[in-house]
Design a protein around this ligand. Structure first.
Ligand code: SF4
Length: 699
């Protein structure tokens, strides 16, 4: 008889709960879980069709070994793949040391898989070159929140949406990228809430806006400082909140004089009147939520702009209150969980830092390690990790649940690195991807519907998903492969977990007393009570909205107002590269299409890549919709058919990120994008790339 099992959508950070009907072997139907607080039964087209991604021809069902780049891989038993992977790691460890080994993880893995891989890398192999695709996604927001508020993770919760009277989106196209959350927001807008959207494109989110600011790419910080100045000049600061709960106002106050309205308008390419209309909403609405995501994070000033967003809320006391606060929307379904377990090269579990002696000692105690085991040097971030591979310093790379040969910026450099790497282990549920062709060892992974584990979504809510069907062939949960290889290398004590539940219990304990405390959570409780928000310490009532008391987890208990000036990108348009390329997502595809590319309904809705260009620019270049063009930067050249469309600003072109090499040669904008990084978060500036566009062929 069919039964319904709770699971989770594997795509975006909204974190929608799903109910999957199964007869034990097959998935019969998927629907939104009406009891899940993130979606209350709603799903978008991606979540609704997730069953169609499971039993597909491109599933990786068996382990494979390849004897060098360009050769065909052979199917082998799991034990043979584990042996080859372990022997390869051991050989490199013995001859070149731990610094020659790197991990590249994913915000789509379960918390348990992220935790065990992080522990294996940092505690046992003793390499901090363990980074993740969160470096492309949420690194700037995470760094910004930690610097401003003392802790990563948003202060707000989804339930604040229904309480808010205004929304400010900057660098977020939530209507397409977080559609179920945006549906809730749209309902508020329909009931009278006002909305400002700053985006170079008139996106579906901007279509719902009271005021749309078609901002020039890379100038968000100027706009934010300009808005802060208007708030100050109109006497709208909350002096009491600034005095009692923040520090740094004097420095912020001092820089605001550099941001008069005319300068801001000119730099951002906006009309002064439009900025004033936006300010009327942003400055005067007590219940305001500011949403941001990739448009801010993927820039040279991602961390500083995140600080500036938080400044707007701190300086007006609109934080920790119903319907008010800054809200960073997470790209991937478990990027928050990954940051909680410390799966980036500067982090340790519980929002600890590898650079802190105390934090290392804490984790050495939790992990039962000798003092001094964890290396104090911060590992390479994703961009520098591939640079180090390219230089031959890193010789082994283990990629779990990600496709860097399509998603990283400056792909010619990434391909060069992967070709040179002595040992590439790729663990994935799908084959081929753009990355699998570089793998010497391929390990088949289970997808969400085939395993038990937890995810933590954009609002810090942890959900337990149950296994719905068994994985195919030799596919196993990601944590299982990590355990097996660790044990094959002789790391039995501390790595021999018997279940994902055991891993979660250890992770949860490691967060005790930390800002992201989850020590009160366990599988039984999550099963009985449903998804829970952190902080959730043992023996205490769970909190929901954070910083209600105005006390922050910093040395002084106060939040920090940061005075941040613009960082001007090296990547400026000039006579050779006169246009700015920005990249993004479409509603019905996900990341590099390894999953959504298998779904007929989604491909029918968003079928192919394109380069969006304003009709005025298209006329100057003699282009019409459907013409094939090259998009060349200082690094490489992408190709796409043209879509002329006046929803984009003149001088700016847009290309979605989803279509890559497996679709067509040079179909990815990342052939051209910049790998210059934010100086604090080391997140690449994927949204701002100077290019020239040239016609290749007519429609
Ligand atoms: Fe999945 Fe995001 Fe769609 Fe929800 S909104 S169903 S989490 S893709």
């Amino acid at each position: 008889m069919a039964k319904e099992i709770p699971t989770l959508c594997p795509y975006c950070g909204v974190g929608c709960g799903l109910l999957a009907s199964t007869d034990g072997e097959r998935i019969l139907r998927i629907r939104g879980d009406p009891k899940h607080p993130a979606n209350l039964g709603r799903v978008c087209p991606k979540g609704g069709t997730v069953a169609a991604t499971v039993n597909v021809a491109t599933r990786l069902r068996h382990a494979m070994l390849r004897d060098g780049f360009g050769k065909a891989p052979s199917v082998v038993p799991p034990g043979a793949a584990i042996r080859v992977a372990a022997e390869g790691i051991d050989r490199i460890l013995q001859s070149h040391g731990p610094g020659a080994i790197a991990f590249y993880l994913s915000g789509q893995l379960t918390t348990e898989a992220q935790y065990i891989a992080t522990k294996f890398a940092k505690a046992y192999l003793r390499t901090n070159h363990c980074d993740s695709n969160s470096r492309l996604c949420m690194a700037s927001a995470g760094a910004g929140m930690k610097l401003s508020l003392g802790s990563d993770g948003p202060p707000t919760v989804y339930a604040d949406i229904e309480l808010a009277d205004a929304f400010f989106f900057i660098g977020s196209n939530a209507a397409e990228c977080h559609p179920v959350t945006f549906e809730r927001i749209r309902k508020r807008i329909d009931k009278g809430a006002r909305c400002v959207v700053a985006d170079p494109r008139r996106t579906p989110t901007a279509e719902s806006a009271t005021v749309h600011l078609p901002i020039r790419p890379g100038t968000d910080l100027t706009l934010l400082n300009g808005l802060m100045r208007i708030i100050r000049d109109r006497g709208l600061l909350d002096a009491r909140y600034i005095e009692q709960h923040t520090e740094g106002w004097e420095q912020l106050d001092a820089i605001l004089d550099d941001y008069p309205l005319n300068v801001v308008a000119q730099r951002c390419g906006l009309e002064e009147a439009d900025i004033l209309s936006a300010a009327e909403i942003i400055a005067y609405t007590p219940k305001l939520i500011t949403f941001w995501t990739m448009g801010i994070n993927q820039s040279l000033q991602g961390t500083f702009a995140s600080n500036a967003i938080i400044n707007l809320h701190l300086a007006t006391g609109r934080i920790g209150k119903p319907g008010a606060g800054p809200f960073s929307l997470t790209g991937q379904p478990n990027a928050m969980g990954g940051r909680d377990v410390g799966y980036m090269s500067h982090m340790l579990p519980g929002q600890r830092s590898v650079a802190s002696e105390k934090d290392r000692a804490d984790m050495e105690a939790v992990w039962g390690l000798k003092p001094g085991t964890i290396v104090s040097e911060v590992g390479h971030d994703a961009v520098r990790m591939f640079d180090a591979i390219d230089r031959g310093e890193i010789k082994a790379l283990w990629v779990i649940g990600s496709n860097p040969a399509a998603s990283m910026p400056n792909l010619p450099r990434i391909r060069s690195a992967l070709e040179k790497c002595e040992l590439v282990i790729v663990q994935d549920a799908y084959y081929p991807t753009e990355t699998t062709k570089y793998a010497h060892v391929l390990l088949p992974a289970a997808v969400n519907l085939e395993q038990e584990g937890t995810y933590c979504n954009s609002e810090r809510r942890v959900t337990l998903m149950e296994q719905v069907v068994p994985p195919p062939g030799d596919a196993k949960p990601d944590w299982w492969w990590v355990r097996e290889i660790a044990v094959a290398l002789g790391f039995r004590k501390g790595m021999q977990f018997e279940s994902s539940e055991q891993i979660f219990d250890e992770f949860a304990r490691s967060t005790a007393g930390r800002p992201n405390d989850q020590s009160g959570m366990h599988y039984k409780m999550l099963r009985e009570l449903g998804p829970q928000l952190w902080p959730h310490p043992s023996m205490a009532r769970a909190n929901d909205r954070r910083y209600v008391d105005g006390i922050y987890p910093t040395a002084t208990g106060k939040a920090r107002l940061w005075a941040r000036h613009d960082i001007s990108p090296d990547e400026k348009p000039n006579a050779d590269f006169p246009m700015l390329l920005t990249t993004g997502r479409v509603l019905n595809q996900w990341h590099t299409r390894t999953k959504t590319g298998q779904v007929e309904q989604l491909n029918a809705l968003d079928p192919a890549p394109y380069l969006q260009i304003h009709p005025q620019d298209a006329d100057e270049l003699g282009l019409s919709t459907g013409d094939e063009v090259t998009i060349s930067s200082r690094r490489g050249t992408a190709r796409a058919p043209v879509l002329t469309d006046d929803t984009i600003s003149p001088g700016v072109v847009f290309m979605p990120i989803h279509w890559n090499e497996l679709w067509a040669q040079a179909a990815s904008p990342n052939e051209a994008t910049s790998d210059q990084t934010d100086p604090v978060s080391f997140q690449p500036a994927l949204k701002c790339c100077a290019v020239k566009v040239a016609k290749v062929a007519c429609r």
